[in-house]
Design a protein around this ligand. Sequence first.
Ligand code: GSH
Length: 206
Amino acid sequence: MLRIWGRTNSINVQKVLWCCHELGLDYDRIDAGLHFGVTDTPDYLAINPNRLVPTIEDGEIRLWESNVIVRYLAHQYGAGGRCPANIATRFDAERWMDWQATAFWPALRPLFIAMIRTAANERDASVVSRSEALSLSAVRILDHRLEDRAFLAGDAFTMGDIPVATTLHRWYSLDIDHPQLPNVRRWYDLMRARTAFQQIVMTPLS
Ligand SMILES: N[C@@H](CCC(=O)N[C@@H](CS)C(=O)NCC(=O)O)C(=O)O
């Protein structure tokens, strides 16, 4: 059976778990990371030298890097659907997955760490305001993208929606200004209507 190492409050673990639920995959999850430890053990380091979660093992295949894991699962178990068969649609989805990892989450992560994992009196106001501004710029890019399509890569839900929606949920959940962005809101509401999103992603931030 597919094995997944990672704590359930991690954004990167949530991407993988949400993807599994969308694909109807059974899995065995092992708590790992932060106070659960595990990531420093020799056995874990042998499969993930980064001391980070998630990591998966699926038969002979061992992978880390959450978006690569989502790509793998979507291709292996959802080819033609969650991993689109059409090459243009597929790489459109891939692009938004990379954008999440290289632009959206790096913009939002400092704000998330400050507001959720740092005591109010220890927050660096300049980090908070810069991260808030950069995140809003990213969400505006998303709003523009979603102007003329239901999902990030077109008319159907794909693997491309998973990392970005997991990140957007954090943005909406933080106690900051959320200007009216109708396309983003409509897409976020589509995600919120999905049972797997409710079960895996819509949990209190910690
Ligand atoms: N680029 C990696 C980043 C993985 C990462 O930063 N994971 C965090 C959790 S979201 C982690 O392992 N933090 C340390 C820990 O939980 O012990 C991925 O997407 O999988």
